[in-house]
Design a protein around this ligand. Sequence first.
Ligand code: PAF
Length: 272
Amino acid sequence: MPQLVQSLGELRRALSTLREKKPGSIGLIPTMGALHQGHLQLVGAAADCDIRVLSIFANPLQFADLGECDDYRNYPRQLDQDLALLEGSVDLVFAPSVEEMYPHGVPDIWVRSGRMGEILEGASRPGHFDGVVTVVAKLFNLVQPDYAFFGEKDAQQLAIIRRMVEDLNFPVEIVAVPIVRSAEGLAQSSRNARLSAKGKQQALALSRAVKALSADPGAIDRVSEQLSAAPGVSLDYLKVVGEDLSEDSEPALVLCAAWVEGVRLLDAAPLE
Ligand code: PAF
């Protein structure tokens, strides 16, 4: 089992011991727990770091009503299972309580994600990305990583965190880890388990659209029409945007969100 620390003091001591033993780079993999294959992909990407720290913290600030919601209350918490999965692949697991992270309750001082956090996913989840960048900034301050690993699947989150690092001058390199896909192209997500075999087939329309646009972003109108007409797919958005998530900037990313069988699915890809 990797070493588990749950308080800020324990984290500081464990990091200083590890730094003495293994001077070199620190890699941070921030998660909210309930680890799956996608997280292990992030862990694998951190393999070259001398010290690998994985954080597990279901952050109430990024849920509706600052965590006063069923989505947060029912969020799977399975620390023992997560630790068993991480055997041999990270040095330290930081799994603080809410009181440890937010000792004064909801913090007075936040990081704001601004325009980038208000559009796309942020339009249906007001305040979500402010909660994300606030906790990620705290984790960067606590762990002081050289590298931090985030999945390309949450492309908007990744773009916003990259911008935070630039705007606030965090001395950390953000590493984007590609989406794990099924042989047919379906982006891996814990939500796929809620799809029937037919739903999984229908959901392939998302990855086809994202792939087509990453090769030819100019085809946005045709591909959007095709995806809107795809059986079983209810499209929320399909966009080609720049690194600042604006449709007016140099195209860099394709982002897609749609419902299949009532399950909200995301897909994304950098332009080829
Ligand atoms: O992607 C996630 O799991 C979360 O948004 C993150 C980055 C761990 C912040 O709570």
